[in-house]
Design a protein around this ligand. Structure first.
Ligand SMILES: CC(C)(COP(=O)(O)OP(=O)(O)OC[C@H]1O[C@@H](n2cnc3c(N)ncnc32)[C@H](O)[C@@H]1OP(=O)(O)O)[C@@H](O)C(=O)NCCC(=O)NCCS
Length: 147
């Protein structure tokens, strides 16, 4: 059974492991300080964030981090699903929950970006309803009314 819910202190180790997998070149102390900043203040780099974790049968399999840019825009900072859980709807469930969080912040636009290190990212964003820039590095989705 798949569940997506707000991350908590108890998820720190799982979140850390998945974040290291997503950002293998990022220094560990930077990753850890961002996690602890969020867990202590709800902010990363002084910006309000929403962090959601996906579990399958209670095992963490993915996460999404979204920041509130203000002016009705939220931005996806990180989106990750463990390799053995990909292709079964976990990523889409994270996006759906992220959209719900963004709407709760009164966002009408959800943006995201990527680079060549993440080849799954453009097709996955597009399949989840994002419009892509010509070079497939920037994505945006208008958030309609919640139904
Ligand atoms: C991108 C990522 C989060 C998607 O997670 P996922 O659990 O595999 O996604 P889902 O199974 O929910 O797929 C969502 C949609 O995207 C499509 N999709 C996902 N990966 C795809 C790929 N590599 N190629 C084509 N379509 C893809 C799926 O087919 C699905 O569309 P559909 O329902 O119309 O079939 C995951 O592949 C991942 O973590 N990749 C490595 C990190 C990364 O690239 N993160 C984004 C950085 S910006």
């Amino acid at each position: 059974m798949l569940r997506v819910e707000p991350i908590s202190q108890a998820d720190r180790d799982a979140w850390l492991a998945m974040r290291i997998a997503l950002y293998p070149d990022e220094p560990l102390h930077v990753i850890e300080s961002e996690l602890d900043s969020f867990l202590n203040t709800g902010k990363i780099a002084d910006r309000e964030h929403g962090v959601l974790i996906a579990r399958v049968h209670n095992m963490p399999v993915g996460f999404i981090e979204t920041s509130d840019f203000g002016q009705n825009r939220c931005h996806i900072e990180s989106w990750y699903v463990s390799p053995n859980a990909r292709g079964s709807g976990v990523g889409r469930a994270l996006i759906d929950a992220c959209e719900h969080w963004a709407r709760s912040r009164r966002a009408i636009e959800l943006t995201s970006d990527t680079n060549e290190d993440y080849p799954d990212s453009p097709p996955a964003h597009k399949a989840c309803g994002f419009l892509a820039s010509d070079d497939d590095t920037l994505f945006e989705k208008r958030l309609g009314n919640q139904s």
